[in-house]
Every structure is written in C-alpha cells, then in structure tokens.
Write a protein that binds this ligand. Structure first.
Ligand SMILES: NC(=O)c1ccc[n+]([C@@H]2O[C@H](COP(=O)([O-])OP(=O)(O)OC[C@H]3O[C@@H](n4cnc5c(N)ncnc54)[C@H](OP(=O)(O)O)[C@@H]3O)[C@@H](O)[C@H]2O)c1
Length: 264
C-alpha cells in the first residue's frame, strides 16, 4: 500500500512541487493550505488555515474517514516579513509566529496520533538556513525558523520511543512565490537607516529569484522519506552547506560580520 504524505503549504512553491512530485511517484498525497493551487494538480486537497485549530480538527476528521494512518507529515506552510525591528509592530511579530511556529505546532500536535499508527512515521519540518544565520531586516523570519529548529530537535527526542522520526530541512534561496508573498516594510528608506533596508531586501529578493528550483527541495524530501535513519537536519545546496559549516566552525562575531556585509 502506498504511503500517505500530508503536506502543509501545498498551494504553491516547495509544498506544491513536493506534492506533485510525490504524487507522480505513487505516494498518497494530501495537501492543505488556505487556498487551492493556482496550477492544475492531481493530489488530494483540503482547505485549512493552520493557525485555526478548529479547521485542523476538521482536517483530522477528514483524514480519519479517508485513511488508517499518516506516514509522513511535511510542515511546509510559511510566510515572510521584512523591515527594520525599530519600525516593526507587535502585530507583525505575532502574525508571523502564528503561521511559522504556532500553526506548525497545532498541525503537528493534532496529527501525532495518526502518525503513531504508522510503522515508519516521519515528520519533516521545512526550516531555513535563515534560522541558523540570522538575517538583518528579516529578523522576525529568522526568529521563527530558529524556533522551528528548536521545536524539531525537541520533538525528535520526545517522539523517538513511538518510532516517529523528526528532521528539519534547511533550504537556502529557492525560486518560489515566497519573494512576492513576503510582507514588505512600511519604511524602506529614511534619514536614519538610509537605503540599508531597501538594499538588503533587494539582495534577498535577487538571491531568491535566481535561487534553486523548488523541486531541488522536493528531491531532498523524497530521499529523507526513503531513508532508514533521519539526520537531525539537512541543508539543501552545496553553497548553503558551506555557510552552515562556516557558521559552526568560525567565531560567531566573524560570521555576524560577514552577514552584516551581505545584508546589513
Ligand atoms: N523560498 C525560499 O527561498 C525559502 C527558503 C528557505 C525556506 N523556505 C520555507 O519554505 C516553506 C515554503 O515556502 P515557499 O518558498 O514554497 O513559499 P510560498 O510559495 O509562498 O508558499 C507558502 C505556502 O504556505 C501556505 N500558507 C501560508 N500561510 C498559511 C496558513 N495560515 N495556513 C495554511 N497554509 C498557509 C501558502 O498557501 P495559502 O496562501 O494558500 O494558505 C503557501 O502554500 C516556508 O516555510 C518557507 O519559510 C523558503
């Protein structure tokens, strides 16, 4: 029997590419997000806002009628905000945490009972290199991804006795709608910050628009689904693996200085 894979954030980008890819390989894919995909799709779909537990409960009711167990959960839904901390609002911080952290927690928590019924269960959390290398003017985003890496590591040990493996996938820059969907700051240029915010965002957007295709992440996800023992985390792309290696090897002040040169 084919494995059941639930993917959040399946309407576009990495989630959509992964859902289509796994579906084409014979997996029983169930995608979810708030809107239907704009492109044609062949996998099962459920409309669900992961920040609303009542909607997640309806999704679980649907799953209980459709399937016996969930083999893989890919937590891919996410959003970005940008701007200087000084000009950002509490509301913006709460909004991004609501999707990138609280939503992931709610979906994961509610699916654990169905994952426990699988003989080879896996949770694959889509983190980011930006959760390890903290990017200025994207600080709220980096905060959420750093939180998700911690969530993933803690959950990994909590679920080990139930035979549910947990890992994080850390993509670098990927060409998706993420750049277009990122919430833009109200202040891009002023006398204090000059054009630093604008330049930083332009660099980030350019890196993403010339980044790797979403399918490169989907292929890593497939390898992880097929793998017997999951690593704690898997970075996608040679350049980003090198960044993470440097981050772990060199003094923090040096790495922070490089990031300031690139994005500060
Ligand atoms: N693109 C990159 O360079 C990059 C790099 C590293 C990590 N990532 C991570 O990869 C993941 C996917 O991003 P992407 O690049 O594929 O961007 P994307 O195309 O903007 O996809 C984001 C997905 O999240 C869904 N989503 C947002 N809020 C939601 C909510 N409240 N409930 C349910 N679904 C929600 C969106 O669907 P709806 O709007 O239909 O709800 C969409 O399907 C994110 O976690 C992102 O942080 C991206």
């Amino acid at each position: 029997m084919s494995k059941t894979v639930v993917i959040s954030g399946a309407s576009s980008g990495i989630g959509f590419a992964t859902a289509e890819y796994l579906d084409s390989l014979g997996y029983n894919v169930i995608g979810l997000s708030r809107k239907y995909p704009r492109n044609e799709y062949s996998f099962k779909y459920f409309l669900c806002d992961i920040t609303k537990e009542t909607q997640i409960e309806k999704f679980v009711d649907f799953l209980n009628k459709e399937i016996e167990s969930v083999d893989v959960l890919v937590n891919c839904a996410g959003m970005g905000v940008s701007g200087a901390i000084e000009y950002s609002t509490e509301e913006e911080l709460r909004k991004i945490f609501d999707v990138n952290v609280f939503g992931q927690f709610l979906l994961t928590k509610n699916l654990i009972p169905l994952l426990r019924k699988s003989s080879d269960a896996k949770i694959i959390n889509i983190g980011s290199v930006a959760g390890e290398l903290i990017i200025p003017f994207q600080t709220f985003y980096s905060m959420t991804k750093a939180a998700m890496h911690a969530f993933s590591e803690g959950l990994r040990n909590e679920l080990k006795p139930f035979n549910i493996q947990v890992t994080s996938v850390l993509p670098g820059d990927i060409k998706t709608d993420f750049t277009k969907n990122r919430e833009m700051p109200k202040v891009l240029e002023d006398d204090l910050y000059k054009d630093r915010i604008k330049k930083s965002l332009a660099r980030m957007a350019k890196d993403e628009e010339t980044g790797m295709p979403a399918l490169s992440v989907s292929k890593v996800i497939l390898k992880l689904i097929r793998k017997k023992r999951l690593p704690v985390a898997k970075t996608v792309g040679f350049q980003y693996k090198l960044f993470i290696f440097l981050q772990k090897t060199f003094p923090k002040s040096f790495v922070n200085w490089i990031i300031k040169k690139m994005y500060g």
